[in-house]
Structures are given as C-alpha cells and as structure tokens.
Design a protein around this ligand. Sequence first.
Ligand SMILES: C[S@@+](CC[C@H](N)C(=O)[O-])C[C@H]1O[C@@H](n2cnc3c(N)ncnc32)[C@H](O)[C@@H]1O
Length: 303
Amino acid sequence: MSRSRGPDGVLAERPERGDERDGEPPRREDETTAAEALERGSREHYDDPDLYDFEYRRRRRDVSFYRAVARELLGPSGRVLELACGSGRMTTALVRDGHEVVGIDLSEAMLRRARARIERLGRRARRRALLVRADMRRFALAARFPLVVMAFNSFEHLYTRVEVAACLERVRAHLAPGGQFVFDVQNPNLRWLVRDPTRRWARPLFRHPRTGERLAYSTNHDYDPVSQIALIRLYYGPADGAGRERVVHLSQRKFFPAELEALLAHGGFTVERRCGDFAGRPLDGDAESQVLVCRARSDGARR
Ligand SMILES: C[S@@+](CC[C@H](N)C(=O)[O-])C[C@H]1O[C@@H](n2cnc3c(N)ncnc32)[C@H](O)[C@@H]1O
C-alpha cells in the first residue's frame, strides 16, 4: 500500500518547533501522546477486516510463496505456526493445502474474520486450524513447529530492538530443531520515507465493501529517522467531499537490510536465503520487499 501531516495527523499533536525554542525538554504529556500514537498505529488498521481484505484482495503472490515454502519443507502436510495471522489470508490457504496451522494475532476483529473463513472450509480442514489471541512478543504455546511464518510486513509492528529480540526469542522457543522461520518486510524506499508529510498521496475512489459508502482514499506519513518508525495516516473521506473524513493510523518500523540481518544474528538466527520479492528476485536497492528464510543456530549462540 502506498502510504503522511494533515490537520488530524498524529504528529500534529507533537510540540511545534516554537515550543522547544527555550531548549526545554518535551513535556511528559507529549511523550505519552507519541506512545499512544504508536500503539494506535499497531491496531487501527486492523479494526475493519472487511476493508482490510478488500484493500489487499489482489495480494496473492505472497500467499503462493508461503504455500510453496510449506510444501517444500513439510511435504503435503505438516505443522505451521503463523504469527500475526490477521484475517486468515495465509492461514486458510495453508490449511486448505493440508497443513495444521496455529495462528496467533493481537486483533480480535481480525481473528473473528479468520475464524469465519476457516468455518467455511470442510469439516476436516477446519480441524487443522487453531486461532489464538496472543502477542507475538510474549506468547507461549505448548508445542514446537518445523515452520514458523510471519507474512505481510507484520514484523514491522516490532518497534524497538527489545521488541524484536523478544519476538525472536519466542520464535526460537517454538521452533522444532532444524526448523525454519520465514517472514517478509518492506525494503525501505528512501524516496517514500522523505515524502512531504503535508501532502496527500494516492486518491483512488472506491466503495466500502460492507457499507457501500463511496470513499476517497489518500495517505501521508511522518518518518522519524532515529527510531526508523513511520507514522502513517490513511484518510477515508466521502467521495463527494461532503462530510467527515476518517483517519486510520498505521505505525511501521522500517528495517534496513544489513540492520535486519544483524538483529537476526543477535537473536540466534542465520539467514539462509534473502530475496527482493516473492518470485525470488535478488534483493537490491530497488526491491520492494525483503523476504527472509532463516534458521535458528543450533548452538543457540548469539553472534
Ligand atoms: C499487515 S497485517 C498482516 C496479517 C496477515 N499476516 C496477512 O498476511 O494478511 C499485520 C497483523 O499483525 C497483527 N499484529 C500487530 N501487532 C501484533 C502483535 N504484537 N502480536 C500479534 N499480532 C500483531 C495485526 O493485528 C495484524 O493482523
């Protein structure tokens, strides 16, 4: 999705430059607001799964990729742990293929949607799926899996080094010996990161898949080059311009390739394969994604 500082934007709540003129540290309430903005951005985009599924209805290449990974590693059936499984896009495909999938996600709305999808499968397939509300930074399941996947930039909801380490530690704890951890994140696009946050980008018109409302969609974001977090705003306004616009926040941590490899090494993983998209193109500066196939080091050492 294309991704900005409007009057309703989260960073409009940040202190203006003039407020800092005296060299005073930011006020405590501003810090709280930034933390809240981050938290909102990990959740709001997932409050409307109908809209989410509609927006990403054409995103199929990643599904084909993860299905192929599972088939190659596990054969026709095996056990998969899917972190941040969302509305079940990937889960359903893997279950349908014959795998047993445990999916975890923080969003109850997304899980509800995923459960409804699973319900529509046949009885035997339904028994192969288990969906659990849990946080990928601190979950504990009484099982280990030969394959752990985390699709569609979900890793970008790990905002700090501590959160990344916590999640990787949980992945390690749930991987069977020799198992693989496969995930994808965006490859940071330098031109996108420095886009003018006061402008609106992309303005397609569409009909809300549930309410039928005709809407105009646009985005902009603020990117903080120190935390490497983009606070994205997704604007949904009435197509005829009359009425209120809704702002949905989405916070994404950006990971640069060498940094990501270092974080994985620190977490006890080796990167076995790394591509720039789901068809296997090499990772270079123009690649859209970073798709990583990792294995936990058997010595468990952090290098
Ligand atoms: C971009 S969606 C991807 C969903 C799904 N993997 C897919 O491919 O469609 C990111 C998902 O991460 C979930 N999420 C965000 N923070 C999380 C956390 N700390 N633990 C578990 N899930 C989280 C959201 O609820 C959302 O469903």
